[in-house]
Design a protein around this ligand. Structure first.
Ligand code: N01
Length: 536
């Protein structure tokens, strides 16, 4: 779809977003015979991978698994060149999918959905966009992304900065030339940790402003091993089926941990950690059964990781400042390529601003830790208003004109992260209350899309006009999400899973921790005639 004038006015469904969720939803809807359009604010497909073009951007789920499985032909023909795919390769893959399945003509690019209002009489949604158009649709599916509403903190003085500044998730398509520049970067989460080593290679000088030190483990990315690729492709379908029900929908290529941390002696514990460090990726997470459920066990692995920093970083003061104090994996664990080693470069300085954060931005640079640091370029790797940001950016009004923003004022409320009571025929892909960000996202996106597709066919076949979560199902689900988080240490420090990174955001742990349990629950709901939903 190229222009406004060709947009259909009456549709079966509107999809918000053309990232991996929106693209597959659009494909599914059209396969099932529903007239659908996707609205996408970018000029191309790919969502996260369209926006996050910062240097070093790479997925840390293995490429043979972080990819669609709905088409055997697609997964056989596409060739990943590395164990963990880079952003340009993932974006090329997204574009390939869009072309291969003819999706592009049903996507309206450079268009943001501004509102979706449910009309109770016609039982249709009126969806409006920033291009001043309106469409009417029976169903709305939100695939706007869990990490796509960018967070640029309101740093005092930013408007005075005389250099250039960029947010990693709004990176110029033509790239940024750091040569000969004094660069500053704020943020040391997954994004900063990927970007810092690469920016350091070309910048004249890089100053890292660190508010919270982070744990990180080498990713140990490698070129794709052709023998491994051939082995997976010989039974890709079987590989996918086996992985689907694993924790996080991911084959971590490790034997399940046999022991709890303190069931083995100190020497064996050390050997196990070393093996995890050498394997890299998320191996340490799985070294023992209780790393993220037991505080003492967690402290043991945390201390091991701090010791590694001391081994790698030459300057003891810098090493000390880089050592995290919080619970390992409470903030999302990071994977890196030479992150800590980067602090041994003569052109890299760490500014520990754990006390006061970034105090202000000045015309010449950044004031932090009591000093002004002069810079030509400033990079914000400051994260996202996660999980709810891109949903609540849309003015969504359900039955009785009730606004979703009002309903979620104290935190998101949903049933299964798929639907919210009072908002009929409105579905979320990877919504708050679903496992989403705690999983290998593409396979779990596919599960949501398949569930929604089956549901729409069920409505069509049974002559129902609407479906929505009931309050009787939503309330206990909220409690279950909370209870699942309480079984882990994920909620034990400030992180974006609970909205702690956004001032004023309600503190609610949003993702559901147990993927296999969630999958079984979704299947059970359907087997019991969409239990917990009202069909009218
Ligand atoms: O964002 P973050 P991200 N002053 O929120 C700091 C996924 N992802 O973009 O911890 C100073 O994790 C903030 O400090 P603090 C992945 O799920 C995946 O890095 O709040 N500093 C923190 O250091 C990830 O978890 C991949 O004290 C400020 C940083 O900015 C998620 O995206 C790659 C500040 C933000 O870290 C988000 O990661 C990249 C302020 N006012 C991302 N405000 C892969 O798959 C914030 N910070 C590899």
């Amino acid at each position: 779809m190229a222009t406004d004038s060709s947009a259909p006015r009456e549709l079966d469904a509107v999809v918000v977003g053309a990232g991996f969720a929106g693209m597959y939803m659009l494909y599914k809807l059209r396969e099932l015979g529903f007239a659908a359009v996707a609205f996408e604010r970018g000029t191309g497909v790919g969502g996260t991978w369209y926006w996050n073009r910062y240097p070093g951007a790479r997925c840390d789920a293995p490429s043979m698994q972080y990819s669609y499985q709905f088409s055997e032909a697609l997964q056989q023909e596409w060739r990943w060149t590395e164990k963990y795919a880079s952003q340009p390769e993932i974006l090329a893959y997204a574009n390939h999918v869009a072309d291969r399945f003819g999706l592009r003509e049903h996507i309206q690019f450079s268009t943001s959905v501004e509102s979706a209002v449910f009309d109770e009489e016609s039982e249709r949604w009126r969806v409006t966009t920033d291009r001043g158009e309106a469409v009417s649709a029976r169903f709305v599916v939100l695939g706007a992304g869990c990490l796509s509403s960018r967070n640029t903190p309101k740093f005092p003085g930013l408007e005075d900065f005389e250099g250039e500044w960029f947010h990693t998730s709004d990176w110029p398509h033509e790239g940024v030339d750091f040569r000969g520049k004094r660069v500053g970067i704020v943020g040391t989460g997954s994004t900063g940790i990927q970007a810092i080593p690469v920016i350091a290679e070309s910048a004249e000088h890089l100053t890292v402003f660190q508010r919270t030190a982070q744990y990180s483990v080498p990713a140990r990315n490698t070129p794709m091993d052709p023998a491994y690729e051939a082995r997976i492709k010989a039974d890709y379908r079987g590989f996918r089926e086996r992985n689907y029900r694993k924790p996080m929908a991911l084959d971590v290529e490790l034997d399940p941990p046999e022991h709890r941390t303190f069931e083995v002696d100190a020497e064996e514990r050390r050997r196990t950690y070393e093996a995890g460090w050498e394997t890299g990726g998320i191996a340490l997470f799985f070294a023992f059964q209780d790393a993220v459920t037991d505080r003492e066990a967690n402290e043991a692995v945390s201390q091991y990781l701090r010791d590694k920093i001391a081994e790698i970083v030459d300057d003891p003061e810098t090493a000390k400042a880089l050592m995290p104090k919080h619970i390992y994996a409470c903030k999302r664990p990071c994977l890196d390529t030479h992150y800590f080693e980067t602090y041994n470069r003569p052109n890299v300085t760490l500014v520990d601003c754990s006390e006061g954060g970034v105090e202000s931005i000045t015309a010449k640079g950044v004031r932090a830790a009591g000093a002004e640091h002069e810079l030509d370029v400033l990079v914000f790797a400051t994260g996202f208003d996660a999980m709810t940001g891109s949903i609540l950016a849309i003015d969504i009004r359900g039955r009785g004109g009730r606004s979703l923003r009002d309903k979620w004022a104290a935190g998101p409320r949903s049933y299964l992260g798929l639907s919210s009571e009072g908002f009929p025929n409105l579905f979320m892909i990877s919504g708050p209350g679903s496992p989403s960000v705690l999983t290998n996202m593409i396979p779990t996106i596919e599960q949501h899309v398949n569930w929604i597709g089956d549901c729409l066919v069920h409505l069509r076949e049974t002559g129902h006009r609407t479906i929505e979560a009931t309050l009787e199902a939503e309330d206990p689900w909220l409690i279950q999400v909370r209870a699942a988080a309480d079984q882990t240490l994920w909620d034990a420090c400030d992180n974006w899973y609970q909205g702690a990174n956004i001032p004023g955001k309600p503190r609610v742990f949003m993702p559901y921790v147990d993927w296999p349990g969630y999958l079984a629950k979704c299947e059970e709901v359907v087997a019991n005639g969409y239990e917990g939903f009202a069909l009218r």
